[in-house]
Write a protein that binds this ligand. Structure first.
Ligand code: ZN
Length: 484
């Protein structure tokens, strides 16, 4: 017995319910991808399924729209699988238990996958329709967006003629996203040498910082534990001979480091001064970040005398210099969009290994050249210190296009349909649109979506009326595609 039967738009809700019956967590997308292929085959539509399970489906223009530019409609097939502790559903093999009160749709005990199943359902409903006018439609359904935009990165674009794209993967109705950041992970390697040294081992820890996503939260200017540790080590080593023994800060390049621990060796006579200096730095740090990191803890534990391998003084100075000198946090703000971080970097990980200290950054910018400049700065310093910088996970940004016709049309239709002005927004994090903008030169793109709450959690829910308005918006934009 269908659960969403009474909801409209009927066809969209019907497909959403069918999709929800197929397990489709990230990395488990073969079944849902095959479902889309069977859908295309049953309707005689041209399609392409690639080895990672992305699916592209083409529907030719309806009568009168043959000469108008093709429009790409895009969403992702995979969902985040989260469930309540007591929930017995095996999300690898079982479908979701949908529920609705007419106003909202959710899944009992699990994530709903409205992110991004509603986009897939709308795309299928459009492909299935025979009464909706549109230019050539190119539906692109990607996989593994939630674990690093992997499907979009692997996608072959040979079937795509369109340079206009509507991405349906936002979760606030009325917000048109028109730019996102590109990013890269930069790993700065600084060579180190070790020596056997006798003295007092002291353990320093900075913990309890607020942390958070290095794209979304970087604007808050909160403390980064690796940066503070660099400052503390620099300050202490200017007062006394200090040798680094271990260093471990942060969990991921794209998370603001919430904790960092270091072990250092000093001489026995310096212990009291070391304690005093550490306490005064702790006071300074807590005062500077009182507003953003109220739970900051800085501790210093002095062990017994020992003789162990430590970094030489020169190697300690090299590592400290990198942590002191390399930039961190917001670098530039957008001149086009008030409040948007344009370029930033985050010193996410600091680790001392056998042959090198490795300091890893997540570098982000909506301007490719600014991203490159920051990478050059990191490389510059590591080269001077005899090291090198390696890069991974590079993905392009999606720069603001002041002349976007698609943005203007979507905003106009939205205002006519709802009586409200659309909010134009850019985000300082990665979106699939960035990858597409990199692959399809000249792409004019917007990202929209219906109201959803608590995505990626078992409390996720999708607003029914908002989904209907978003559907009407897409249909009307396609009907007016002649204006593009
Ligand atoms: Zn999504």
């Amino acid at each position: 017995m269908p659960v969403l039967e009474k909801l409209s738009p009927k066809n969209v809700m019907g497909f959403f319910e069918e999709l929800s019956a197929i397990p489709h967590g990230s990395g488990n997308t073969k079944a849902i991808s095959d479902y889309c292929v069977r859908f295309a085959q049953a309707r005689g539509l041209q399609y392409q399924q690639d080895e990672v399970n992305n699916v592209v489906i083409i529907k030719e223009a309806t009568q009168g729209y043959e000469d108008d530019p093709a429009v790409i409609l895009q969403g992702h097939l995979d969902m985040v699988c989260e469930k309540d502790p007591g929930c017995s559903i095996d999300m690898e093999t079982e479908g979701l238990r949908l529920a609705t009160d007419g106003q909202w749709i959710w899944a009992e005990g699990t994530t709903l996958g409205g992110d991004d199943g509603i986009a897939v359902a709308m795309a299928l409903a459009l492909l299935d329709s025979n009464d909706l006018p549109h230019p050539r439609l190119e539906v692109v359904l990607t996989v593994d967006e939630e674990i690093g935009l992997l499907g979009a990165a692997a996608l072959q674009t040979d079937l795509l003629q369109g340079r206009l794209m509507i991405n349906v993967d936002s979760e606030v109705e009325g917000i048109l996203t028109i730019s996102c950041a590109g990013g890269v992970r930069a790993n700065c390697h600084v060579p180190v040498e070790w020596d056997l040294t006798a003295g007092m081992l002291c353990r320093l820890s900075i913990t309890g910082l607020t942390g958070g996503h290095s794209g979304i939260k970087i604007i808050n200017g909160s403390a980064n534990a690796n940066v503070l540790m660099g400052r503390l080590l620099y300050g202490l080593s200017h007062e006394m001979a200090l040798r680094l023994v271990s260093l471990s800060g942060g969990m991921a390049d794209n998370a603001i480091a919430a904790a960092c621990e270091a072990t250092v060796m000093i001489s026995e006579e310096e212990v009291e001064r070391f304690r005093g200096l550490t306490a005064s730095y702790a006071e300074v740090f807590r005062s500077e970040f009182r507003a953003t990191d109220p739970n900051m803890q800085i501790e210093c534990v002095v062990d017994d005398p020992a003789e162990v391998q430590t970094l030489t003084l020169a190697a300690t100075a090299r590592v400290t210099s990198v942590m002191m000198l390399l930039p961190n946090g917001v670098q530039t703000m957008s001149a086009h969009i008030p409040g948007l971080v344009q370029t930033s970097l985050n010193m996410g990980i600091a680790r001392l290994q056998e042959h090198a200290a490795v300091i890893s950054f997540s570098v982000r910018s909506s301007i490719a050249t600014e991203k490159a400049l920051l990478c050059n700065k990191i490389d510059c310093l590591s080269t001077v210190l005899g090291g090198e910088t390696t890069y991974s996970g590079d993905y392009p940004g999606w720069a603001y296009n002041p002349d976007s016709k698609l943005r203007d049309l979507v905003a106009d239709v939205y205002e006519k349909q709802t009586g409200k002005k659309a909010v134009i927004e850019a985000i300082h994090a990665g979106l699939e649109c960035g990858i597409f903008a990199g692959k399809l030169p000249g792409l004019d793109c917007v990202s929209i979506g219906p109201d959803m709450e608590n995505i990626h959690s078992p409390r996720e829910r999708l607003n029914v009326a908002s989904a209907e308005r978003t559907w009407n918006l897409i249909c009307e934009v396609l009907a007016r595609a002649k204006e593009l």
